[in-house]
Write a protein that binds this ligand. Structure first.
Ligand code: C2O
Length: 513
């Protein structure tokens, strides 16, 4: 194994991905931020130098389990203190699972300003063959700064991001508009689709090409084909999907890569269809076989129903890990939006998350026998679980929006997640669910006014967030904290690096909300 050693200066730079110039957060003077690539088993050491001047920061490695290194997870207020302007901070973790991941700021509300990039852990022996690899990121983009959007969202007249006072911007593909990807005939491409979106998810289609999904969120799955003319594949904020595409023999034509924001998440429930003119939910890229052939016309999608999507519940992990049972501990979370003194917030079992003054991981390792007492952790919606338990989490979404739920430190099995309007889980799954080997991932999309059930084994002692990955919602308290095996954490002699401790000397920094 090698060491991947990087030094990243985090600074404001100017970029105009859709023609509108604005300050964005870049790395080493560049935006889009660089791809981080390591081989399975490598040690990844990234030193960040916060040169933003006006904001704290931190980086989270989305999908990486941080086995034994919960304090390298990068979540401000949870596994570390925010890194203040002028400070350096080093992350050091093992690339112990191959797959498609991404990294992003986990200082509340910051990554929509551009601080994210692909994170690829290469597999020396992937369970499929391909000739070349392509990374495709599908994101949303705003002309307004994230801090301003989020405070508008939380303000009494609020809901900016829900369409009442829509922001300007729109969809980006590979951080741009009208991107072209040159392909050769008769080759198999492994396309790593990443959704670093901060509000709506996306749905995409490679025109005329069959695409075969082989990976979701770092889990290899049995190949499953979607035909390029029918259903769109949906991807939620935070999710990744690896697909194989075989290019044609014939190089006389070019093809579109269609992408539309999942408008179900954004405008439909406000009745604003089509979306406002200053916000373009569609973006088209091109698979170019032939430079001199014309590009096809881009399509326009506005009103998509659930029937227009390929169902992502039916992927089967290649290892066929059986359904985890029996359940040792069931946790039911009733979740909803709420107005607290005129401010838009979200609640889990009637509590909105408020960041702890001391990172929750530090509380877990320093409070000895008290570490299993949820009261130690404050207003972080603590869920204490024991080592080795099989945990089932039921999330009831009482809200009229869709929410992509993400868990740190684990992949979970998704047992069932019915269509919208199914109400609360009453203990009965739909016919045919759960599957014998349920799909396993780190982010799943929960439908509006409906429920989802996930399971995981508490085999990774640490402190892990479970949250909606819509950044305005995360910043508005839609977060719970899994305190996993605190008795073991309290007994382990973690050597927290000095720079991590130093970061706490200037904490707490400003949080949005
Ligand atoms: Cu991708 Cu808690 O984050």
């Amino acid at each position: 194994a090698d060491v991947v050693n990087l030094h990243w200066n985090i600074t404001w730079v100017t970029a105009a991905p859709d023609g509108f110039a604005r300050p964005v957060i870049g790395i080493n003077g560049q935006w889009p931020c660089p791809e981080l690539r390591a081989k399975l088993g490598d040690q990844v050491i990234v030193t960040i130098d916060n040169q933003l001047g006006n904001q704290s920061t931190g980086l989270h490695w989305h999908g990486i389990h941080q086995t034994g290194t919960s304090y390298m997870d990068g979540a401000s207020g949870v596994s570390q203190c925010p890194v203040a302007p002028g400070q350096q901070f080093t992350y050091n973790w093992t690339a112990d699972a191959a797959g498609t991941y991404w990294y992003h700021s986990h200082d509340m509300g910051q990554y929509p300003d551009g601080l994210w990039g692909p994170l690829i852990i290469e597999d020396p022996n992937p369970p499929f063959e391909y000739d070349e690899e392509i990374i495709l990121t599908l994101s949303d983009w705003y002309h307004e700064q994230s801090a301003d959007l989020i405070s508008a969202y939380q303000s009494p007249s609020g809901e900016a991001l829900d369409g009442v006072a829509p922001p300007s911007g729109g969809a980006l593909m590979n951080s741009g508009k009208n991107i072209t990807i040159h392909v050769k005939p008769n080759k198999t491409y492994f396309i790593r689709v990443i959704c670093p979106a901060s509000y709506p998810g996306h749905a995409w289609l490679f025109q005329d090409h069959n695409q075969t999904t082989v990976e979701v969120d770092g889990t290899y799955v049995q190949p499953k084909e979607a035909n390029g003319n029918g259903l769109l594949t949906r991807i939620a904020p935070g999710q990744r999907q690896g697909v194989l595409i075989k290019t044609f023999n014939d190089t006389s034509k070019n093809y579109a890569i269609w992408d539309t924001m999942d408008v179900n998440m954004l405008f439909i429930n406000k009745g604003i269809i089509p979306p406002p003119m200053n916000y373009n939910t569609n973006v088209t890229g091109w698979l170019v076989y032939n430079e001199s052939a014309p590009l096809p016309d881009p399509p326009v999608f506005y009103s998509l129903g659930n029937a227009n999507f390929f169902d992502d519940l039916d992927y089967v992990p290649l290892d066929e890990e059986p359904l985890l049972e029996p359940v040792d501990h069931q946790i039911v979370l009733d979740t909803n939006s709420v107005n607290i003194s005129g401010i838009s917030r979200f609640e889990i079992n009637n509590y909105t998350y408020l960041p702890a003054k001391v990172p929750s991981f530090y509380s877990a390792i320093t409070t000895g026998n008290y570490s299993s007492d949820p009261e130690v952790y404050g207003h972080v919606n603590p869920i204490v679980v024991k080592k080795g338990e099989i945990i089932e989490i039921v999330i009831n979404n009482l809200n009229t929006n869709l929410h992509p739920w993400h868990m740190h430190g684990h992949q979970f099995q998704v047992l069932d997640r019915p269509d919208p309007m199914f109400g609360k889980f009453n203990g009965t799954f739909r016919t045919g669910y759960p599957h014998a080997a349920p799909v396993r991932r780190d982010t799943f999309m929960l439908q509006d006014q409906s429920w989802g059930v996930i399971r995981f084994k508490a085999d990774n002692p640490g402190v892990w967030l479970l949250h909606c990955h819509i950044e305005a919602h995360t910043s508005s308290g839609f977060v719970a904290t899994i305190i996993e095996a605190p008795e073991e954490l309290a007994q382990t002699n973690f050597r927290i690096p000095q720079d991590h401790i130093d970061a706490c000397k200037t904490y707490p920094m400003k949080y949005f909300g």
